[in-house]
Write a protein that binds this ligand. Structure first.
Ligand code: IMP
Length: 203
């Protein structure tokens, strides 16, 4: 097997794996995930930016496996909070916090705020086995609601109302969310930018 036909996805999240695989339908391409390489330690996401974390994860996996690797990092950037929680979105309410604690902290931080504009930003990096990397991003703009609504999705979805409508992401179906979400947009940009690597014979 030619290792340049292999793309390692730097995630253990089955939902993300399925989403990425659906957007990379190249017949010659074999996708693997971090689950297939248990011997490679999980990367510590300590970068100052989403770009730094995505590149770090992708490069670590590509160099360790000798194959292409794709990694993503997402943050919720809130205008009135100067872009926070941003790169710290997963740990906003503390190192071992859960989604509900993050949402409570966000609502408290925005109590009485007139400006509730926010955006999800997803950065996707592709790394080559020689350690070289490139990245693309996808953005979804919206506002932060005053109460949590809906039960679908995860993370900040019950608070995030995309500009496209008046429902929260947690009130969208998965298909509706993919069509306009930061990750959907970033993944489509990634497939457009790098798909040629697996559609050509001369890579
Ligand atoms: P990750 O980089 O995809 O792991 O995302 C980091 C954090 O951002 C997650 O722990 C969630 O809190 C938040 N997040 C990422 N994507 C979404 C989303 O699509 N909806 C809601 N929250 C998200």
């Amino acid at each position: 097997m030619n290792s340049m036909n292999v793309l390692v996805l730097a995630t253990r999240n089955p939902h993300k794996l399925e989403e990425i695989r659906a957007l990379f339908p190249f017949p010659d391409l074999i996708t693997r995930s971090a689950l297939d390489y248990p011997e490679i330690p999980e990367v510590v996401e300590d970068g100052a930016t989403l770009e730094a974390n995505a590149v770090k994860k992708a490069v670590t996996l590509a160099v360790a496996t000798g194959a292409y690797a794709l990694a993503d990092d997402t943050g919720l950037e809130v205008n009135a909070l100067g872009g926070a929680p941003g790169v710290r979105s997963a740990r906003y309410a503390g190192e071992a916090c859960d989604y509900a604690a993050n949402n409570r902290k966000l609502l408290a931080a925005l109590q009485g705020a007139a400006d509730r504009e926010a955006q999800f930003r997803c950065v996707i990096a592709l790394a080559w086995p020689n350690g070289q990397a490139q990245y693309v991003e996808g953005v979804c703009r919206g506002t932060i609601g005053v109460t949590a609504r809906g039960t679908n999705g995860f993370g900040y979805d019950p608070l995030f109302i995309p500009d496209e409508g008046d429902r929260t992401f947690a009130e969208y179906t998965a298909a509706e969310k993919n069509a306009c979400s930061h990750r959907g947009r970033a993944l489509r940009a990634a497939a457009e930018r790098w798909g040629g690597l697996w559609a050509r014979a001369d890579r």
